[in-house]
Ligand binder design. Structure first.
Ligand SMILES: Nc1nc2c(ncn2[C@@H]2O[C@H](COP(=O)(O)OP(=O)(O)OP(=O)(O)O)[C@@H](O)[C@H]2O)c(=O)[nH]1
Ligand SMILES: [Mg+2]
Length: 383
């Protein structure tokens, strides 16, 4: 829903509008905004159950509710883990040959299998070492114990980040989310899906078209704004830098009583230092306007890329301190196993998974379901 004052300041005849509060900004609407249309929208808009009385704790609650409601569709996750599962297929065979006498050989082979399944050498060693400890201490005695210990060790990695797995949106409006990642990973699509979920909870969402490189990027985000019922701010002119646009968007979000501002950014190669520095400026511009913003820096990782996502994650984390991961394209033949190594190394939780291209295709990341999809036959055990 658009605030009345802002609504009345919008041009009533076109898609490109200016805002009386921030004339330097160009707002895009999903069509002409006649006052009667606006009244109709006010009458038909969903009740803002969560955010209307935005007292302390409301944004935290919103982040929590959002995760709880983004329930899992195990089938999609199972399908998405297929490539990693295939590579882990030999685990059962390997463990089937295990005896106490050849335990060390089996563990070394298991480490190799984990590396081949995109877990990365460091994480693979850590997982195998946990099983090794279980063996030494006599808690792992049988083939079933090894299977269970493997599953538990992976779960331990996925559940150990100190940051919450819910979305953190700060304590005062607006909650600010900066979305980053390499080209084509699914940033803009994820923003659309997130906006849809937040709007569904009654939050007022503003999207900032911070991708100023790709000509069609603002139009693409506008499409998502329309589908999710959010507002959108695009840059005022061709010269405006993304950091300046995001700062202006945050100012407008404050003035417009926005609950959540979600900032899109251009896709960039993690190896391009200049572009990575620009991302640093975007984050800085937001924190200059609001000390604790951005409250979330979400790194979007393409689930089909395998272990290369670890290198991406390291560089993005170095530059902008990631607070959460979104693993996309899990509906395809993803190599999602690599996310275990990213969580392990960055100590940052995976918050959401993308399982398709429509607004509804965003799920909360569920570590148990994910490990079930990777190792369908194993049981949990205490290692
Ligand atoms: N199957 C599937 N496709 C997805 C998912 N998320 C995004 N996509 C598709 O991936 C492609 C790229 O998505 P975008 O959202 O444009 O990615 P981006 O990171 O914003 O790309 P740039 O802005 O160019 O860096 C599009 O065709 C999306 O429809 C997902 O979870 N599943
Ligand atoms: Mg994009």
């Amino acid at each position: 829903m658009i605030p009345v004052a802002l609504e009345q300041s919008l041009s009533t005849s076109g898609r490109d509008c200016t805002c009386a509060f921030a004339p330097e900004l160009r707002f895009r609407t999903s069509g002409p905004l006649h006052h009667s249309t606006a009244r109709h929208r006010r009458a038909t808009a969903p009740q803002r159950l969560v955010c209307r009385a935005a007292g302390p704790g409301v944004l935290q609650k919103l982040g929590k509710v959002l995760r709880e409601k983004a329930g899992g569709d195990f089938g999609r996750v199972f399908q998405g883990a297929s490539k990693t599962r295939e590579r882990l297929g030999v685990v059962d065979e390997l463990i089937g040959l295990w005896t106490l006498e050849n335990a060390e050989d089996t563990l070394e082979e298991l480490e190799e299998v984990l590396i081949a399944a995109d877990f990365g050498p460091r994480t693979a060693l850590k997982i195998v070492d946990t099983i090794r400890d279980g063996l030494r201490q006599g808690r792992v005695k049988s083939q079933d114990d090894i299977r269970a210990a493997l599953r538990t060790a992976i779960l331990k990695v996925l559940n150990s980040p100190e940051q919450p797995s819910t979305l953190s949106l700060g304590s005062s409006r607006p909650g600010v989310i900066l979305v980053v990642g390499v080209n084509g990973g699914g940033k803009t699509t994820t923003i659309g899906k997130l906006a849809h979920k937040l709007q569904g909870e009654g939050a007022k969402v503003l999207l900032a078209a911070g991708d100023t490189y790709r000509a069609a990027a603002a139009e693409q985000l506008q499409g998502w704004a329309e589908r999710s019922g959010s507002q959108l701010i695009a840059r005022a002119d061709q010269q405006q830098k993304p950091a300046s646009l995001l700062a202006a968007a945050l100012d407008a979000a404050k003035r417009g009583n926005t609950d959540v501002l979600i900032c899109d950014t251009s896709g960039r190669l993690h190896t391009n230092y200049e572009l990575m520095e620009e991302l640093g400026s975007c984050k800085e511009a937001l924190s200059k306007r609001m000390a604790d913003a951005p409250h979330e820096v979400l790194l979007v990782l393409d689930g089909t890329t395998g272990l290369n996502m670890l290198n991406q994650a390291r560089e993005f984390h170095d530059m902008v301190k990631i607070t959460g991961l979104v693993l996309t394209k899990l509906d395809g033949t993803a190599r999602g196993g690599a996310v275990v190594s990213v969580v392990d190394e960055l100590r940052v939780p995976c918050k959401f998974v993308g399982v398709g291209e429509t607004v509804a295709d965003l799920q909360a990341f569920n570590a148990e379901a994910f490990v079930d999809a990777l190792l369908p036959t194993a049981q949990v055990a205490a290692v």
